[in-house]
Design a protein around this ligand. Structure first.
Ligand code: SAH
Ligand code: F3S
Length: 463
């Protein structure tokens, strides 16, 4: 290949972050070096998100910004991800900057496609996905973090929420065999990773294609038992597939984190029906109550859309009251954005843009108050933090608790990738801060004590 260096920029969800790590791994295996800015790169890749219009338009802005650099340095520009999948050839027409458009199911061909454009010149869009399912096993992954590793267990979505473009950009559900997943987790543990994030567009509808036919709860249990793995998280589950069996596994498996992200989208049954979410408010509440029944005090986060077509003030109030009822630890909130091909395009009674914005603001203000109240309770407590990096704030270190709370703190050097105890001295709506209180404990020591300790002891350690 002619290109010697590449730069990759990622928009969107964790699935996209992992896809970028896979793309980087594939290119790295062909001898290309990853660089930190487009100005140093021979190949610039943009991995895109199309879940909302705003995310999609960012891609074109970014391509525009690369125009000058491309002229000066003659670099190659490729577009990956959901916008690439959705637009295909049209993307080449809309932007003169992109040389290569690679759909979600053609990621594994990226190095060959780059080489083809280099050798033959011209521009290329490769987006088909129905005829030849792309392999889910990608050997080379160039990971960003040395602490937390993302692992795909399934891809695509067979549900059809009326607002969502994902089934069109990611295709139907495909599952990875459980033995392959476990092999990867064992390898990651050997490399020193202690936190695993299991990923799938609909992670808990996982269905093992191998003869043992595991469902998600069994897989989660097996991943959580891999020696060396201290924390397991998963995203995103769909409430309808949150079985009581899964709730039991979450509650009974110490290495599964005290945190569940459970997208609700709306607190109104009428809106949930129009969104085709397949559950109602009562069903959702019942599952959450079962989750919260455990002494582990599971932290809960969610996704909410405001201003879905036909959402009345009363529907919106129902969402606010659900937030009051559940006291979410974190909420990702969005204004409804009409997406191509989705069934919601046909729904009448669109909510005016100003009203959507006002509702979003009101919801976010409420959530901020809830988070301040929840975080205040941490004052004076000591929490266990997995250190992920140096803090960008005035504190030295930054990491997360099992409940996924961000903690910035001061402590001795050399804590990267290790567990530390932190006494909480202050808080904001989105993070806690404090002081490291003892020498960090080696991960290996903690693995043995936690594994051999009876569950009740383990709970005392945590809280
Ligand atoms: N289950 C998927 C959901 C992907 S989209 C996953 O996590 O992989 C993530 C979130 O974006 C959704 O939960 C929803 O709250 C929001 N979203 C999706 N489509 C949207 C749209 N058309 N407008 C606004 N928000 C949307
Ligand atoms: Fe989208 Fe609903 Fe699937 S939000 S990813 S269609 S579960």
């Amino acid at each position: 290949m002619k290109a010697k260096t590449f730069y990759i920029e990622t928009f969107g969800c964790q699935m996209n972050e992992l896809d970028s790590e896979k793309a980087a791994g594939l290119l790295h295996a062909r001898g290309l070096c990853k660089v930190a800015s487009p100005a140093e790169a021979d190949l610039v890749l943009i991995n895109t998100c199309s879940v909302r219009e705003k995310a999609e338009s960012k891609v074109y802005t970014r391509l525009g910004e690369l125009k000058r650099l491309k002229k000066e340095r003659g670099l190659l520009v490729g577009v990956l991800g959901c916008v690439a999948q959705q637009m295909g050839e049209e993307m080449l027409e809309r932007s003169s900057v992109a040389d290569l458009v690679v759909g979600t199911h053609r990621l594994h061909q990226l190095p060959d496609l780059v080489q083809q454009v280099e050798e033959e010149g011209g521009r290329l869009a490769q987006t088909f996905f129905d005829d030849a399912p792309a392999p889910m096993e990608i050997e080379h992954v160039l990971r960003e973090s040395r602490v937390r590793a993302y692992v795909t267990i399934m891809e695509g979505c067979d549900k059809s929420c009326t607002f969502c473009i994902v089934p069109f950009t990611r295709g139907r559900e495909r599952n990875r065999p459980s033995d392959r997943i476990l092999d990867e987790v064992h390898r990651l543990a050997d490399e020193g990773y202690c936190e695993i994030l299991l990923l799938g567009q609909n992670v808990n509808s996982y269905a093992d294609p191998s003869p043992c036919g595991w469902k998600f709860p069994r897989l989660l249990q097996a991943v959580a038992q891999v020696p060396g793995i201290r924390r397991v998280r998963f995203t995103s589950p769909h409430p309808i597939d949150l079985s009581f069996e899964l709730i039991d596994v979450i509650n009974d498996t110490p290495t599964v984190c005290d945190q569940v992200h459970l997208p609700v989208q709306s607190g109104s049954d009428r809106v949930l029906r129009r969104m085709k979410r397949l559950y109602n408010r009562q069903f959702y509440l019942e599952r959450v109550r079962a989750l919260k029944r455990s002494p582990r005090n599971i932290a809960l986060s969610t996704d909410i859309i405001v201003g879905f077509p036909g959402e009345t003030r009363q529907d919106f109030r129902d969402t606010l009251s659900l937030m009051d009822e559940l006291g979410y630890d974190f909420v990702f909130s969005f204004k409804y954005s009409a997406r191509p091909r989705t069934p919601a395009l046909k729904l009448k009674d669109g909510v005016p843009e100003e009203e959507k914005a006002a509702r979003l603001l009101e919801l976010q203000e409420k959530q901020k108050q809830i988070q301040l109240l929840l975080n205040q309770r941490y004052l004076g407590q000591t929490v266990e933090v997995l250190v992920e990096g140096e803090a960008k704030t005035r504190w030295r270190w930054s990491g997360r608790t099992s409940k996924n709370k961000i903690v910035n703190f001061d402590g001795p050097g050399g804590l990267m990738g290790r567990f530390a105890w932190v006494r909480i001295e202050g808080f904001g709506p989105n993070s806690l801060h404090g002081m490291g209180v003892s020498e960090p404990i080696e991960i290996k020591e903690l693995v043995t004590t936690e594994r051999s300790a009876p569950r009740s002891d383990w709970l005392q350690i945590r809280r």
